[in-house]
Design a protein around this ligand. Structure first.
Ligand SMILES: [Cu+2]
Length: 251
C-alpha cells in the first residue's frame, strides 16, 4: 500500500478523507494509477531527452526495448482496467444485502430531499399534483396512502455508522447527480427512473453532498449534508422525526 501521508501532504488539493467501506479500495487504486502515470510521464520525458542527446541514432537494442516498454504499458493498463471494473461491478451489480437500510434521495431544483420509509418499512405513494414545498410536502406524499403517513422527509441525510444503506434515487424535474466525495459515491438522479446505489458509511462525521450535474442557475447552491452518527444517535433522531406524521387530507 502506498503511504497515505504522501497524499495527505497534497491536501487540500487531494481528495477529502474517506468515510466508507468501499472507499479504501478506490483510494488505493487511485494512488496506484497516479503513481503509474507519474512514472510513465517522467520515463517518457527522460527517453525524449536521451533521444536528443544520442544524435548518431539509437542503439540496436532500441526496437526490442521499445516493444518491451509498450508491452509493459499494455499490461499496466489492462491491470488498471480489470481492477477498476471489479470494484465498479462489486458496487453496482452485487446488490445490497437484504438488511440494508432503505432511504430515498430526491433531487429537485435546487434541493436534495431524503425520505425514510418509517415504521412500516414501505415507501408510500406520491402524486406530482401534491408536490408543494411551501406547505411542507416537497415530494408530493399522498396522505390517503397509509404507507405515506409515516414516511419521514428530511433535508439532511442522517445515517448510522457501520450499517449498509441502499439509496434509491429519483428526480422531480431535471437530471441531477448525487455526489458525496467523502463516501466516494456518485450516481445520477434521472426523472422517470429509480436508480439504486448502496454503500456502508464507517466514520461518524459530517460530509458535504453536492450535485455533480449543471442542473440550472441555482446548481452551485444545490448542497446538503450527510451526517453519519452512532446507531444509538440515529435511533433517537429517527424517533424524534417519527412523531410528526401526516394527517389525511381531502385530496
Ligand atoms: Cu442538481
Amino acid at each position: 500500500m502506498l503511504p497515505e501521508t504522501i497524499c495527505a501532504a497534497g491536501s487540500p488539493f487531494w481528495m477529502p478523507p474517506n468515510g466508507s467501506v468501499h472507499g479504501l479500495a478506490l483510494d488505493e487504486l487511485m494512488r496506484w494509477n497516479l503513481l503509474a502515470i507519474c512514472v510513465c510521464f517522467l520515463g517518457a520525458h527522460l527517453w525524449l531527452i536521451l533521444a536528443v542527446v544520442w544524435r548518431r541514432g539509437a542503439p540496436r537494442t532500441t526496437t526490442t526495448l521499445r516493444y518491451s516498454l509498450l508491452a509493459l504499458l499494455c499490461l499496466m493498463y489492462l491491470w488498471m482496467a480489470v481492477t477498476a471494473q471489479r470494484l465498479w461491478a462489486r458496487s453496482r451489480y452485487a446488490g445490497p444485502s437484504p438488511e440494508a437500510m432503505q432511504v430515498e434521495v430526491v433531487g429537485e431544483q435546487f434541493e436534495w430531499y431524503f425520505r425514510y420509509p418509517g415504521a412500516d418499512a414501505a415507501f408510500g405513494s406520491t402524486r406530482p399534483d401534491l408536490v408543494n414545498a411551501a406547505e411542507g410536502n416537497p415530494l408530493g406524499l399522498n396522505p390517503r396512502d397509509l404507507s405515506s403517513r409515516d414516511d419521514i422527509v428530511s433535508s439532511v441525510l442522517v445515517l448510522p455508522a457501520g450499517r449498509e444503506v441502499d439509496l434509491r434515487l429519483r428526480s422531480i424535474d431535471v437530471i441531477h447527480g448525487l455526489f458525496i466525495p467523502g463516501m466516494r459515491l456518485k450516481e445520477n438522479a434521472v426523472p422517470g427512473l429509480v436508480l439504486h446505489v448502496h454503500f456502508t458509511p464507517t466514520t461518524p462525521g459530517t460530509y458535504p453532498i453536492l450535485c455533480s450535474h449543471v442542473c440550472g442557475l441555482g446548481h452551485a447552491r444545490m448542497q446538503a449534508v450527510l451526517s453519519v452518527v452512532s446507531p444509538a444517535e440515529f435511533d433517537t433522531w429517527l424517533a424524534s422525526h417519527s412523531s410528526a406524521q401526516m394527517e389525511p387530507q381531502s385530496q
